[in-house]
Design a binder for this molecule. Sequence first.
Ligand code: GLN
Length: 447
Amino acid sequence: FLDEIKAKDGVVNAYITVTEQEALERAEEVQKMIDSGELSDSPLAGVPVGIKDNISTKGIKTSCASKILGDFKPPYNAAVIDKLNKAGAVIIGKLNMDEFAMGSTSETSFYGPTKNPWDTEKVPGGSSGGAAAAVSAKEAPYALGSDTGGSIRQPASFCGVTGMKPTYGAVSRYGLIAYASSLDQIGPVAKDAADCAAIMDIICGKDEMDGTSLEVEHKGYLNSLSGNVDGLRIGIPKQCFGDGLNKDVKKSVLAVAETLKENGASVEEFDMTIIDYVVPTYYIIASAEASSNLSRFDGVKYGFRSENFDDLTDLYMSTRSEGFGEEVKRRILLGTFALSTGYYDAYYKKALQVKALIKQAFDEAYKKYDVILFPAAPTTAPKLGSSLSDPLKMYLSDIYTVSVNLAGLPGISVPCGFDEDGMPIGAQLVGAPLKDDVILNAAYTYQ
Ligand code: GLN
């Protein structure tokens, strides 16, 4: 994998940091542990992994692809990193992303855009574009990404790999640098659902360092993959297949339903009219939380500090002006506005109310269905540079992913075909809370 990185990453730019030396030393150490039988029950022992650069790695630069974090090296590991290490994983580097995970193309990175390995003139999706591109280009066998509003599932679909956002709370967020805390989840990006299940077995579970993490009762995701979907009830929300959906995407995603039907599942269309409100609701809530979370980057505690300042307030202002990119500043402004006196009720409070309605709509649907199927994105990967000038258009392209975060549900994107230019398409399978095993098995059966 290090050789693949050397051969391809000059163009793909999936990695911000490659930890070659540490990885080779760690691999020797893990090999000894494997030889002594210590890691015999760990299927991922010795397997390299790339980590999105917003997940804290002790002593390894963690930048969130932002200038403001400079060469910041966290003094501790995220919970998921400790878990991976215990399972014998070998971290080979930190992956590129949209700055602070804000974006859908991985073009807002301070370290330059990641390219889609299928066509390097196109974006890999975002914000975990580095993770999806690395797995797709075989620069890593699997990766950990984060998903606040689609950032694992959408790039997975653009790059022809499998990406999963677990149920909110299934995986500890301790050490994940926060974007929107009520929506953020860490999850796997891998070749297929079976690999995702193996990774989930390692990273999920209650963590006392994250008050929102949940007790996950399961027999092991990997072991419970049966390849059997007999009797599985699949719901297809009509409103997710209307105008604005690319025809190749529509055809390929609906074909997934057919395949699962041939394997014994039942398929039915239903109405989900709330879909019109998910994007505005998401962007109010995510920006509001981001504006609060990002207030800690003030030039005092972490990384970059401006050299041009007269007093303390000026230090904060110059550091933030010089350290944050355009998109991050836009979100901070939007979020601060939505939370300000006089506007809070009209925007933030309203958005929370609609969020409750979105959750309700899904709860209703899960009385009738086990899995809801729709696309991961309305199109395949767009050309580099074509989205940046129109942020609203980019926000609207998140239509199929953000509701899953707002409702706290597990969702997985699986490759299901190609458009007429040969670019990959992803279908999304979404489950009820803590039914991560159900979507993994449906995805596994399909694959
Ligand atoms: N594209 C969405 C955003 O920009 C989702 C990002 C994410 O999931 N981190 O907010």
